[in-house]
Write a protein that binds this ligand. Structure first.
Ligand code: ATP
Length: 372
């Protein structure tokens, strides 16, 4: 008998990771406004306690998806389940206030004539109690602010009140529509972290809409990339950033460089080296790289991997890092993102090599070579 077989009965069951519970299940959700198809069959599952970002360009259907889930709009097709119970579809259309879903709007939508406490209590309806209001205000860092008029509050404080109001009735899910877009840049950064911490502490599942890549990647557990009314990729921030589903998703989520390459089966070779290919392919390809996956130095890679000699063409300095444009021996130019120091200057001779994930796409790049 092997060691594994001789383990006591029950140990495997104890060690097996339990599947996180599905809180929201959206299947084949479709919605058109006249001739405009806003959503073309979206399916999405959210697990308990996760924070998921819905990101896509303007007009791709993000808000429509949120409004359908909230019950503010009726789908043409598809279904929505919350905690295993059907709330929309197959003849069911639960009213928004009966869905156990909280909503935070872009402009916070607070009642200006009510004080902070009354705004939070509004979400509780007849169940309103001073204790719950205080509990919620403490959760969002506004303990003791119940009697303050909302118009006296800063943007960040108003957002916390809106969050407290949405969380007060203990919803299963909260939906946030571009929650940070009305805040100025410095406050936005701080509020992202705060909102994430509050959502985690409340243990609620959250879906938020954004069109800001950095925002989606920095505070979410998973990111759903939406384009033309369809989710084209759903994954962790790391997955969607370093293994984008296609060239469009790669470009949407950050800067990319595409080098001409040639593929043979599971490998593709470009000027900077050979990279693995996800789906076997032969012939001309484009090798997509993030600028931070292209390293540069005077000495070359420490581990002896291949590198090429290049010349620095231009440089943009950002303090924490710099974007250095280099010309490769083929005269193709690429950008490398590296630490702010040392400072590189046009004309510097450097060595450049691959230092991060690459993705191979069938459609090769349109390469502009500098004339000699
Ligand atoms: P943005 O980032 O600009 O807010 P979005 O991704 O949230 O965009 P939606 O607001 O969901 O996009 O809109 C998707 C499409 O549906 C757009 O073409 C929009 O013009 C259209 N649309 C949305 N609501 C309506 C409506 N009530 N009547 C007509 N068309 C609508």
């Amino acid at each position: 008998m092997s060691g594994i077989e001789s383990r006591p009965v029950g140990v495997d069951a104890l060690e097996e990771p339990t599947e996180p519970e599905t809180v929201l299940r959206v299947v084949g959700l479709a919605k058109s406004f006249g001739e405009i198809r806003a959503l073309g069959g979206v399916s999405l599952e959210l697990r308990r306690g996760e924070l998921c970002a819905l990101i896509g360009p303007s007009g791709c259907g993000k808000t429509t998806l949120l409004r359908l889930i909230a019950g503010l709009e009726r789908p043409d097709a598809g279904s929505i389940e919350l905690q295993g119970a059907l709330i929309s579809g197959a003849g069911v259309d639960l009213a928004p206030q009966r869905r156990r879903i909280g909503m935070v709007f872009q402009d916070f939508a607070l009642f200006p004539h009510l004080d902070v406490g009354a705004n939070v209590a509004y979400g509780l309806g007849r169940r309103a109690g001073e204790r719950r209001v205080e509990e919620m205000l403490a959760l969002v860092g506004l303990a003791g602010a119940a009697r303050r008029p909302v118009h006296e509050l800063s943007g960040g404080q108003q957002q916390r009140v809106a969050l407290a109001r949405a969380l007060a009735p203990s919803p299963e899910l909260i939906l946030l529509d571009e929650p940070f877009s009305n805040l100025d840049a410095s406050l936005r950064q701080q509020m992202r972290d705060e909102v994430r911490a509050i959502i985690l502490q409340a243990g609620v599942t959250a879906l938020f809409v954004t069109h800001d890549q950095e925002e989606a990647l920095s505070i979410s557990d998973r990111v759903a990339v939406i384009r033309d009314g369809r989710i084209v990729q759903l994954g962790t921030p790391e997955e969607v950033y370093s293994r984008p589903t296609d060239r469009w998703a790669a470009e949407f989520l950050g800067e990319i460089e595409v080098l001409p390459g040639e593929a043979e089966g599971v490998w593709a070779t470009c000027e900077l080296g050979t990279v693995p290919v996800r789906e076997p392919i032969d012939g001309d390809v484009g090798v997509m790289l993030r600028p931070e996956a292209i390293a540069l130095d005077t000495k070359g890679p420490p581990d002896g991997r291949p590198s090429v000699v290049a010349e620095v063409v231009s440089r943009r300095y950002f303090g924490h890092d710099q974007l250095v444009e280099v010309e490769l021996p083929s005269r193709v130019r690429v950008h490398c993102r590296c630490l702010g120091l040392p400072a590189w200057h046009p004309g510097d001779r450097v060595r450049v090599w691959l230092d991060g994930p690459a993705m191979v796409v069938p459609d090769g790049p349109t390469v502009t070579r500098e004339p000699r």
